[in-house]
Design a protein. Structure first.
Length: 625
């Protein structure tokens, strides 16, 4: 009886322990239930997404770039050609068979096994991630791989279209070419959906309108295990969407005519519609073949092009090369003189073949006995330097010359829809003092008055200068894109409209007088023989830009518009420059006439040359070479 109280205490302690243990178990169970509730209910959606990502493998299906057409939109000048990319999934190759498969695949692809080994090092040879082996594989090779598929476990292929440039001549400078995106381009374009595998435009229209041409890539989604092996043979597909089709303002018939007319002469030519700014032809020689950028020789070809420092075939000379405008600038001088009423167009200046100024003799292009007494119309027609030296130095001055040059769009961006283009240069007295620490002199004004000295322009800018005359005070922004179309339905999505770029304050009557003087230059001036044409009346101006001392080397210029007596809507402007590196032949006016003959008589280059009687010039040049 003495021990009974102790037994009760022991029982009580055991009961307390059991209750405490039960509480612990219930608390742990509650925590477990709460955790399950948190994971499955509160955060269930997030973890399901993560699970789906981990168990899914997504492959990109490349989208075809949009096609590019000339203004008639009846035949594409840039299309896509089916090509294939070959991949290798090393984890699918049975153990011990990698070397056999790699050797066999290398033989079919006409590459070395070493090339495959570099892409598939030993560290990833059990991986189920596909490794790209070669791109731009033709269908014939894919057929051989397919025939030997049982001997090539792990080898797969998919369609990857490449760019096919139907026209590979001078249009290459307008169209440009495409290439693999660079790291810098990825960083810049990542937010627009570009990836490290994107193919992007590098130059020309391909670059300018890359986002329209790109299209939207598709996706192939497969369920895989932790090692990357497919768990399902049926993928989920999101089909790619082809890029938009572009219709250019270029007329390939005119482009070919101009290309043949310029020939293998280093230079450039532009044909545009002054009333809209549409570019009908833009030719620069030498040019390149953009299709080679799709081949394994792309890097070598690119290095060859950039190493040709003399001809620089990658430069579009129509917009990215600058030249002294020479006597074509006398069109600006004439308009400035008339609008300022600085010197009467009827008043005459005597040309004795030279002008003495500042202790220096300035020789006109005709030294002895000179042009005699000339008014403005004859000064322009005979391209008399003495006349414009006098007007520029004594009656206008460099500030007014500079101001009127800018009214004509010179020294400013043409805003053409190409990724790069030069603005040229119009000098000022302040610029010379900053640049050379020298004062502007009268001799500098004289040089500027005849388009020499520091003046620099592009062929497109001179085409715009003439467009200003034909439009009587307006330059429309030159452009190459005419329409954007749906690549499937052909529906027009958007189209370019004329957009005024520069407007002049020059009086209407001034334009009429300048037009008449430019017409008189063709009919009775220096280019009357090379520009003689029975089909169409033209107005224009020649230019001979001195690029070497002692007048031993010249650029040949011709700018013109036709028909002279038609409204701007029916006219075209032509600007041609032939560089001094070519054998001297004063080809620019002959080329301009051939181009106008071909356009308005609807003739080919050969037919135009024959109609104009220029065959003898072509033969003489061939003999000289």
């Amino acid at each position: 009886m003495a021990f009974a109280p102790q037994d009760n205490d022991t029982t009580q302690r055991k009961t307390i322990r059991l209750i405490f243990l039960a509480i612990l178990i219930l608390a742990g169970f509650a925590v477990y239930v709460y955790r399950l509730f948190f994971l499955q209910i509160l955060n269930g959606q997030e973890y399901r997404k993560q699970s789906h990502t981990i168990s899914s493998q997504t492959s990109t299906i490349p989208a075809q770039r949009g096609e590019i057409f000339d203004r008639n939109a009846n035949a594409a000048i840039v299309v896509n050609t089916d090509s294939f990319a070959v991949e290798l999934t090393p984890g699918e190759i049975p153990a011990g068979y990698y070397d056999t498969v790699a050797t066999r695949l290398a033989s079919l692809l006409a590459i070395s096994k070493y090339d495959i080994d570099k892409r598939v090092p030993p560290s990833i040879r059990r991986s189920y991630t596909s490794v790209p082996i070669r791109q731009n594989v033709p269908f014939s090779i894919i057929s051989n791989i397919a025939e030997n598929k049982t001997d090539l476990p792990g080898v797969s292929w998919f369609s990857k279209p490449i760019r096919n440039y139907i026209e590979t001549g001078s249009i290459s400078h307008v169209i440009g070419y495409v290439g693999t995106i660079t790291k810098d381009e990825v960083n810049m374009l990542y937010n627009k959906g570009y990836t490290r595998n994107s193919i992007v435009g590098k130059t020309g229209i391909e670059k300018q309108y890359d986002e329209l041409l790109q299209g939207i890539p598709g996706r192939e989604i497969r369920t895989v295990d932790v090692r990357g092996r497919f768990l399902s043979d049926t993928p989920t597909l999101q089909l790619p969407q082809k890029g938009k089709s572009l219709v250019l303002t270029i007329d390939m018939t005119v482009q070919t005519l101009v290309e043949k007319t310029l020939g293998n002469r280093v230079g450039a030519a532009v044909v545009l519609k002054p009333a809209s700014g549409e570019i009908l032809a833009m030719v620069s020689y030498p040019f390149f073949n953009p299709n080679i950028f799709n081949t394994d020789d792309a890097n070598h070809y690119f290095q060859t092009l950039i190493s040709d420092e003399n001809n620089q075939p990658l430069i579009n000379r129509a917009v990215n090369a600058v030249y002294p405008p020479a006597s074509t600038f006398k069109i600006v001088m004439s308009a400035a003189m008339l609008n300022e009423k600085a010197f009467s167009s009827a008043k005459k200046i005597e040309c004795r073949g030279k002008l003495l100024y500042g202790g220096r003799v300035f020789n006109c292009h005709i030294h002895e006995p000179g042009h005699g007494w000339l008014d403005m119309k004859n000064g322009l027609a005979q391209s008399c330097d003495v006349y414009y030296w006098t007007v520029g130095r004594d009656y206008l001055g460099i500030n007014k010359i500079n101001a009127y040059a800018k009214e004509f769009g010179l020294g400013q961006s043409t805003q053409i829809d190409l990724p790069s283009h030069q603005s040229g240069f119009i000098p000022t007295a302040a610029w010379k003092e900053r640049r050379y620490h020298e004062k502007w002199l009268g001799g500098d004004t004289m040089s500027a008055s005849i388009g020499q000295g520091y003046l620099l322009v592009t062929p497109l800018q001179l085409a715009d200068m003439v467009a200003m005359v034909t439009n009587e005070g307006t330059i429309y922004r030159p452009h190459l894109l005419k329409e954007v179309r749906d690549s499937v339905t052909g529906e027009v999505i958007s189209e370019s409209k004329p957009e005024a770029l520069f407007k002049s304050s020059i009086a209407p009557e001034v334009w009429k007088e300048v037009q008449e003087a430019m017409r008189y230059t063709i009919s009775d001036g220096t280019p009357q023989y090379p520009m003689h044409n029975k089909i169409v009346k033209a107005a224009g101006k020649t230019g001979t830009a001195e690029v070497a001392p002692y007048k031993t080397s010249w650029h040949s210029w011709m700018v013109a518009y036709a028909p002279y007596d038609a409204p701007p809507e029916d006219q075209v402007v032509v600007a041609v420059v032939v560089e001094a590196c070519n054998p001297w032949e004063w080809w620019a006016p002959y080329a301009t006439n051939i181009i106008l003959q071909g356009i308005f008589a609807k003739q080919t280059y050969e037919e135009s040359v024959d109609s104009l009687g220029f065959n003898y010039i072509i033969r003489n040049r061939a003999r000289a070479e």
